[in-house]
Ligand binder design. Structure first.
Ligand SMILES: *[C@@H]1O[C@H](CO)[C@@H](O)[C@H](O)[C@H]1NC(C)=O
Ligand SMILES: *[C@@H]1O[C@H](CO)[C@@H](O)[C@H](O)[C@H]1NC(C)=O
Ligand SMILES: *[C@@H]1O[C@H](CO)[C@@H](O)[C@H](O)[C@H]1NC(C)=O
Ligand SMILES: *[C@@H]1O[C@H](CO)[C@@H](O)[C@H](O)[C@H]1NC(C)=O
Ligand SMILES: *[C@@H]1O[C@H](CO)[C@@H](O)[C@H](O)[C@H]1NC(C)=O
Ligand SMILES: *[C@@H]1O[C@H](CO)[C@@H](O)[C@H](O)[C@H]1NC(C)=O
Length: 185
């Protein structure tokens, strides 16, 4: 490698660090905790006491069942609670989980609309909300998350039209499952 490209790579890395620092200075683990507590407060039924007996104020969110944090920055990177019989709706606060990469609530009984704030999840790679009772239209903001690779929304009552430029806006997309909804396009 010549001197120029080393210089260039260094600048890219520096820029990346500054971006991460900036996001972290705007939000922190307290923001993540607040978002998760809002999520918990909208759970209307948890018959198997999956989170009601576990998500406690007195322990770190990183030890909560279904929650994972990044090893280095200790921010929430995953919210995965598939097939645990939860009912409820999703709060807009989930859009504040700035480091979320994996979101899997497949096979529960969640209902209501998908908050458009989910489009703020710039690092999201996987969203699996399949086999719930979500309704309304898929927020267009979702198609702004260029990091998305796997989208599973099948088995809900979602409505709407897919944008034509879908594959341009989601260049990393590998899987898009939407069957058993009422979509066009
Ligand atoms: C997170 O940020 C808020 C407001 O900027 C601040 O009050 C709080 O102390 C911070 N919490 C942590 C754990 O850094
Ligand atoms: C919550 O569940 C996690 C994972 O199963 C466990 O490690 C943790 O100790 C539990 N916390 C409480 C307060 O029960
Ligand atoms: C979500 O979790 C379920 C149950 O563990 C799993 O079968 C499914 O593959 C997960 N979704 C994705 C997209 O990985
Ligand atoms: C969810 O409910 C079904 C039916 O009541 C039960 O068989 C299953 O074990 C429950 N799942 C969990 C994770 O407790
Ligand atoms: C997070 O999101 C909600 C709703 O989108 C907002 O009202 C709240 O103030 C946000 N910020 C923090 C730091 O929790
Ligand atoms: C998508 O992102 C662009 C640029 O940040 C923004 O102007 C636009 O409002 C976003 N669209 C939606 C539907 O959120």
């Amino acid at each position: 490698m010549d001197k120029m490209s080393i210089h260039y790579i260094f600048l890219l890395l520096l820029q990346q660090c500054i971006m991460v620092e900036l996001v972290m200075s705007l939000t922190n683990i307290t923001t993540d905790q607040f978002a998760l507590l809002e999520f918990q407060s909208r759970i209307s039924s948890d018959p198997d006491n999956i989170i009601s007996s576990n998500w406690s104020y007195t322990t770190s969110v990183c030890s909560w069942v279904g929650v994972s944090c990044g090893a280095r920055h200790r921010r929430v990177t995953a919210l995965n609670l598939p097939n645990v019989n939860l009912s409820g709706s999703l709060p807009p606060h989930l859009g504040n989980l700035s480091f979320l990469a994996s979101f899997n609530l497949s096979g529960n009984a969640f209902q209501g609309q998908l908050p458009r704030e989910l489009g703020k999840l710039r690092r999201l790679k996987l969203i699996d909300l399949s086999f719930n009772f979500f309704e309304g239209s898929i927020p267009l903001s979702i198609y702004n998350i260029s990091s998305l690779r796997w989208i599973y929304l099948e088995g809900n009552s979602l409505l709407g039209t897919l944008p034509n430029e879908l594959y341009d806006r989601l260049p990393n997309l590998e899987v898009l499952y939407l069957y058993m909804n009422q979509l066009n396009g």
